[in-house]
Structures are given as C-alpha cells and as structure tokens.
Write a protein that binds this ligand. Structure first.
Ligand code: FES
Length: 68
C-alpha cells in the first residue's frame, strides 16, 4: 500500500528505511526521497513509525538471553 502516492513510496519502502536505521519521520522522508508531504501521508508515516517501534519493542521483550 502506498504511504505517499506523489513520490510512489510504499509501506514496504518505509519499513525498509526503518530497518536500515531511520528513526524519525524526517529521516524516513529523506531516505525514501519524499519531500515534506501533505497531512495524509504524514499521518500514515507517523503511524508506521509508531507501529514499527512497537513491533521492535515486542521483539526485544520476547528475545531472552540464553545461558552460556
Ligand atoms: S501523499 Fe504524497 S505528499 Fe502526501
């Protein structure tokens, strides 16, 4: 699904940028080649960043160190 149809940026593009270390909407926009956008794509972008952070937190909580 498109996050920004103007610059053809998809949710997968955004997740890829987040996985490569982008942390903020500004960083994701720069990495994906998006200019500061309209309100609609900005909302979708913030939603994806929040979702990605929650998923990463969940992953960290489920990973348990193993005894050596
Ligand atoms: S959807 Fe492209 S700038 Fe907002």
């Amino acid at each position: 699904m498109y996050v920004c149809i103007c610059y053809a940026v998809t949710e997968d593009d955004v997740r890829g940028c987040l996985a490569q270390g982008a942390c903020t909407a500004r960083e994701v926009r720069a990495a994906c080649g998006m200019k500061p956008g309209c309100g609609a794509c900005t909302k979708r972008l913030y939603g994806l960043i929040r979702q990605y952070g929650t998923e990463a937190d969940d992953e960290r909580r489920t990973v348990r160190p193993t005894a050596a």
